[in-house]
Design a protein around this ligand. Sequence first.
Ligand code: PLP
Length: 458
Amino acid sequence: MNIRDLLPLLQAGLDRLDAVKAPLGHFQTPESPGLEHVEAALTEYVARLSQNYPFSHPAYVGQMLKPPHPAAWLAYTLAMTVNPNNHALDGGPDASHMEKEVIAEFRDFFGFPDATLGHLTASGTIANLEALWVARCCHPGKAIAYSAGAHYTHQRMSAVLGMNSLQIPTTLAGEIDWKELEQRAPEIGTLVVTLGTTAEGRIEPLHHLLPFCRKHGIRVHVDAAYGGFFRAIAGSQGMDAGPWLALSQADSLVVDPHKHGLQPYGCGAVLFADPAVGAFYKHDSPYTYFTSDDLHLGEISLECSRAGAAAAALWFTLKLLPLNPGPEQPGFRDVVGTCRTTALQFSDELERSKQWRLVSRPELDIVCYFPEVAGGSMAEISRRSRAIMQQGMTAPDSDRIYLSLCRLTPERLAVCHPDLIADTQEVFVLRSVMMKPEHQTFLPELVRRLNHAAASVG
Ligand SMILES: *Cc1c(COP(=O)(O)O)cnc(C)c1O
C-alpha cells in the first residue's frame, strides 16, 4: 500500500467530513497567505526534510525508525482536520470511544482481565511514568527494581517520582542474579520486567520472575514498549511462549504503538490489571467532564490534552491489521513475523561467514554483531564497528547502508564470547533493527553492502 494510492480516499473523506458541517450554515474563513507563498515555503520545507536519514528505505537498518502505515497516515490526516482532544468526552467523543476500543483490543491481546483500565499516552516514557507513579501509590516508600537491560527511563522516572530505584545485576552467565534479587526483595515494591530490551531485543523471563514476585508481595510491571507486538507470534519462530503467556498475570503493562504498531509518533499505551488504581487518579476539573457521565479518559490519565488523532489512526490500522485476526485474515502477526524471519535469516548469513560474529542469536528482530578481528581485542572490535558504520553511511548511493552501534560491557560480550580479550571499559558492536518488512526482499543486497563497507574499512 502506498500513500499516493490513498489520495483519492483522503479527498473523499474530507468531502464527507465537510458535509457534516454544511447544515449548520455557511461561514467565512479568515484570509490566509496566498498559495504562491505556501508553495515557496514548501520548497524550503521539503529541502529541509530531505536531510533526514532515509528511514523508509530498507538500506536504513539502524535505529527503531520507520514511517507509519499509509492507512495510519490517512486516518491521522483526516482526524487532524477535526483535531479531537481525548482528554474528555467533551473534546473528543468519537476518538475517545475509539481509544477505549483499542485498549480493549490490547487487553484481549495480552490476556489482561476484563476489568482492565488503560489509555493511550504521548509515548512509552509517559506510559512508564504513570505505571511507576501507580507503583508508588501502591507501595509508598518502596523501591522500583529493574535489570541492567531495562530502558534508562525507569531510573530517570523513579528519580522524578522521588522513589528509590535499584538495578538488579546479571550473573556472569547473563542471567538475572536471583541471589541479589532475593536479598533485596524486602525493599522492592515493583519489579520492572522488560519484554524486548531496547538495545538487544532480549526477553526477560517473566514466567520465572512472576511466581517469585507473588511470593514476596512485589508488583510486576512489564515494559513491552518495543516488544509488545511480538505477542502475535509467541510460541512460533523460535520464540518461547512462556514469558508471553505469563503476561496475563502482570499488574501493569506498557506498549508503544509508535514503535512496532505502525503509528506516527505520539502513541504509547499503559494498561492496569486492577481497575481500583483508577482511584489514584481522582481529581476534579471545574470546566470539563460535563457532556457525559461515561468515563472521560482524562479522569484516568496524568496527561490532560492528548491527540485524539493518535487513537483514531491506531483504531483504523487495527481494523485492517487486527491484533487477533481470523485464520485467513492478515494481521500484526504477519508484520512482526516477517521482521523476525528477516532477523533470523540475517543472523544465519552472519554466522555462516568467517568475518562476522553475532553477540547472541536475536530474540526479536534486533541483531547485534561485530567483525571478527585478529587477536580478539574488544578495543579493536569497537574501532572497526565504528569505522564500518561510518563507511556505510558515507558510501556512494548504490553501496550505502545505515547501521547503528550498541555499547556493551566487556562482561556482557564475554558471556557468549569468552575467547575475546577485555582490553577496554566498554565495547561497541554493530546493531541492526530489522523492523521493516521491506528488509526481507532486500536482505541479499543489505548483506552485500555490509560486507562491502567492512571490506572498504580493511
Ligand atoms: C522506547 C522504549 C521506551 C521509551 O519509550 P518512548 O516512546 O521512546 O518514550 C521505554 N522502554 C522501552 C523498553 C523502550 O524500547
